[in-house]
Design a protein around this ligand. Structure first.
Ligand code: SF4
Length: 191
């Protein structure tokens, strides 16, 4: 058994949910369900994550973000569609800009129905996802392309950020320079 299947890290993205399912995802982390006791950590970094939890349907605005987060996750990885909206579009499936469930954008490994989805069902899906993760890891190992993910724990991450704080925003001069470029790009020659 690998480190990923013993203590999987998850990343959570709210596609276009009503927030009902997101509250249930967060409930998994509260003392009531406390999945951290099993080594499950909610990370904000796709490169650190093994399991991608998505709530809400895929629409014209978020499909690029869903694909980008997925592509930034390193193999092996597992995708869990959380709730009716993520599975199929749910009550939003007829909306003008809704494309459908998460599988319209990326491959999904586990579907968890419910409106809202129950925390117990989510935990079940993550546990089922561990088996899939292990299978994918074994296949990569056989192919000779498996590389363990390098991860920093939340406390190590805090220490790194304290030692080398990153600016939250770009420098004003850089933003102005970019604005100039964008404005000029829209102009017709000779205007
Ligand atoms: S499945 Fe229900 S609770 Fe979850 S995001 Fe959709 S409407 Fe909200």
């Amino acid at each position: 058994m690998s480190d990923t299947s013993k203590s999987p890290w998850i990343i959570h993205y709210d596609g276009s949910s009503c927030n009902g399912c997101d509250i249930e995802v967060l409930a998994c982390l509260t003392p009531m369900y406390d999945v951290e006791r099993f080594g499950v950590i909610n990370t904000g970094n796709p490169k650190h994550a093994d399991v991608f939890l998505i709530t809400g349907a895929v629409n014209e605005r978020n499909i690029g973000v869903v694909k980008q987060i997925y592509s930034q996750m390193l193999e092996p990885k597992v995708v869990v569609a959380c709730g009716a909206c993520a599975c199929s579009g749910g009550i939003f499936h007829d909306c003008y800009n809704v494309i459908g469930g998460v599988d319209k954008a990326i491959p999904v490994d586990a579907y968890v129905p419910g409106c809202a989805v129950r925390p117990e069902a989510l935990i079940d899906a993550v546990v089922a996802g561990l088996g899939i993760l292990e299978e994918k890891r074994a296949a990569l190992e056989l192919a000779g392309s498996y590389e363990p993910k390098e991860r920093t724990s939340p406390s190590e991450q805090e220490q790194l950020e304290a030692a080398d704080p990153q600016p939250l925003l770009e420098e004003p001069a850089e933003i102005e320079a970019q604005a100039d470029i964008d404005v000029n790009a829209d102009e017709e020659p000779g205007e």
